[in-house]
Design a protein around this ligand. Sequence first.
Ligand SMILES: [Fe+2]
Length: 298
Amino acid sequence: MANSPFDLANESSYRAWRDTKLAAYPRSVNELIVPLADPRRLTPSEIDALGSGCGRANMAIYSAPHLPAADKSLPKLLGQQLGLVHLEGNYLADEDGLSSITPAGEEGSVRGEFIPYTHKPINWHTDGYYNALDRRILGMTLHCAQDAESGGENALLDHEIAYIQLRDANPDYIAALIQPDAMTIPARMDEDNVARPEQSGPVFAVDPDRGFLYMRYTARTRSIVWKADAVTQAAVRTLADILAGSEYILTARLRPGMGLICNNVLHTRSGFSDSPEHRRLLYRGRYYDRLSFPAHAA
Ligand SMILES: [Fe+2]
């Protein structure tokens, strides 16, 4: 694309985009919280407020604590109004395509083998990092039906900020991480217990038609093979350092009736504790779509 800020040969385009992005980026997650009267029927001003957050940080947080938080139609219909319609179906998802992320009760259940369905922390990643590029997860939603008794916060970082901090450290690191063989996920059974073939791909990719930046990443060190050359190895180390201490990291603690909508930004989950009477429960949607904010008549 002409004048793409993600073109390594176009320093002036990058500089202009970078400076605007950093100036607009929220310094507190509170700047991204939008109270909604009814997520199932957004008003034009609510759409504008959510769109403003997503324009600044590729994410927004909605809050509708007055509605029954366990109602799955809240995140589903909210997403539909913002262009999120093609859900990734996976075999642990519920019938409506959203996954109920909650600690698995029984020892040895399929879900309990996978970290999302435990009380354990989850390190930095984007969702679906092991997907082939024709099944990219571009949009993601997390709706809180029940929060933990303690812990369970999400750290969040716009992947465009990670790109900026890495490019500012050394543009060669970006060049390394856009290589199609930068990151390889060995053939394995995945989180959804589906056998997947070996999957190689870039960390950063720019959509050829629409020009947006897409990121696949996991900080996991098991079940992932980074390209062995020195610059890729240095890029991965530097990216991990950025994620360990970036001043741009936002931390959200979703309360019942709150939720995150995002263009699959980088995120973590801290460990948490709950009890059988008070199980943490989040509904997660993974979409092949990016968020879109329809213009409305003034
Ligand atoms: Fe995730």
